[in-house]
Ligand binder design. Sequence first.
Ligand SMILES: [Mn+2]
Length: 288
Amino acid sequence: MEFPNYFADAESNFDDASYILFGVPFEKTSSFRHGAGKAPHEVRQASWNFERYDLRTGINLEKILVHDYGDLDVQNLTSKEVFETTKTFTSTLLAKQKIPIAIGGDHSITPGIIAAFPKEIAVISLDAHMDFRQKYKNDIHNHACVIRRVTDHIPIRNIAIVGIRSAEKEEYEQAQRQELFFRDAFTLKKIGIEKTIQQTKTHLKGKKIYLTLDIDVVDPAYAPGTSTPEPFGLTPMDVLEIIDAFSPQLIGCDIVEVCPSYDHGQTAVLAAKFIQTCISGIWRNKEA
Ligand SMILES: [Mn+2]
């Protein structure tokens, strides 16, 4: 069955909306499995599964003014051109005081979006991978270099990575040398989600936060439809707690690396729910 090709309840027009959802169906830098370009469509379809009323928060999603812009035309661009395109597009949204909510695509779509924000913001990356390589497959914009590209714009002390469990030795040591803040999935398990959140909060000192959510931060048992699955991941509830804890500070987010052809739709459902949770979380705190 085919549902409308826009995110459920994102029925506001562009001018009235505070939240602009857009797809970035770019997947050229995927290194293992392909298909992240299909994610915007599948995540939108999955969003029609949910009720408008959220019993957890009491929010009726109809009240929130969200516009679904559709997809940026990026399929045939190079990764460098995608960087420029997402940066330009996000800049136009920020100039109109809109909050950008992006659906990837592979993770290479993120640094361009972040580059449109002021340098003073903080970034949280939820990811199984450190993504701190200078270059990968001869491309500095590869999805394995995301955090390194973010540091071209945002001071490294304003970045926090949660949930990692995979890195190359050199990349890992480089991150430690540069004092990149991260809490790996094993530490999280040991100290608990609350303490992990608290430590991350302390590190980011109340700054405004852009959240990039690589779906592979979640254990492949819950989110198998992803480009580079990595065992020993977070639970969906862990991610929910993180979104809740930081939503008062959020100024934008993306969900990347959903690869719909590798599962039965459960990863797209989870991604759609995370998007809803981010939007309603930001909205709730603005209204309060
Ligand atoms: Mn990843």
